[in-house]
Design a binder for this molecule. Structure first.
Ligand code: ADP
Ligand code: AMP
Length: 216
């Protein structure tokens, strides 16, 4: 199954992808995580992406699309993948269609996790991420057992540079301008399913699993 998780920054895509990719036994591919890995390793790609990420803008397509295409070409994606944060523009979406089609694949469904901008700001300013593997917490809604330490691998938690109020506002504006047209793009293809993202994490997972299993 190839699934695109759509939703604004902070909707819970990464949190849900961690849970449901395990249940569906398909890899979780987050373009944001791929970029952050490149930043951490100080690669050429990381150097090119940094200024865009720091200012809350989209990284240009020529960098982003080849990075994701490369990840999708790996063996573990032969039977499916759960995409989070990609595509983010109609152009990226049509390129993704081509990449999948070249292997005889296509997108099975696109759950759209809906949350209001006011809630998103609170979620992103309170988000804590694990240094080692990107596991996601929230100081109020999903705290780690020991403050500042990841429950899963014991690594320190940090706040992302782009989770500052001004950058969050820019990222939300970018979502409304550049990414939200994808809602209609996928609705027209009968792939879009709206999911209420304001419910507790477990309830959103249940709704998502029910949604994707209906498309299996
Ligand atoms: P995204 O990947 O869409 O940017 P995340 O999964 O990183 O979003 O979630 C953003 C923040 O909101 C994190 O701190 C996460 O713990 C928290 N969060 C995720 N889902 C929920 C939820 N259903 N209710 C409350 N907080 C949530
Ligand atoms: P995310 O982890 O999804 O919140 O993404 C963090 C940042 O990485 C974004 O604000 C962008 O700068 C960049 N990014 C991630 N995915 C994409 C994408 N599909 N297209 C362009 N830029 C992206």
């Amino acid at each position: 199954m190839f699934i695109v998780l759509l939703g604004p920054p902070g909707a819970g895509k990464g949190t849900q992808a961690e849970i449901i990719s395990q249940k569906l036994s398909i890899p979780h591919i987050s373009s944001g995580d791929l970029f952050r890995e490149n930043l951490k390793n100080d690669t050429e790609l990381g150097k090119q992406a940094r200024a865009f990420m720091d200012s809350g803008k989209l990284v240009p397509d020529e960098i982003t699309i080849s990075m994701v295409a490369d990840r999708l070409s790996r063996k573990d994606c032969k039977l499916g993948a759960l995409l989070d944060g990609f595509p983010r523009t109609p152009f990226q979406a049509s390129e993704l269609d081509k990449i999948l089609k070249a292997d005889g694949n296509s997108i099975n469904c696109v759950p759209y996790i809906m949350v209001s901008d006011r809630d998103l700001l609170e979620r992103l300013t309170g988000r804590w991420t694990c240094k080692a593997a990107g596991h996601i917490y929230h100081e109020k809604f999903n705290p780690s057992k020991n403050s500042g330490i990841c429950d899963i691998d014991g690594s320190p938690l940090y706040q992302r540079d782009d989770d500052k109020k001004e950058t969050i506002e820019k990222r939300l504006a970018v979502f409304h301008e550049q990414t939200s047209p994808l809602v209609e793009y996928y609705r027209e293809k009968n792939l879009l399913v709206e999911v209420d993202g304001t419910q507790p994490i477990e309830k959103v997972s249940e709704a998502l699993l029910k949604t994707v299993r209906a498309f299996e």
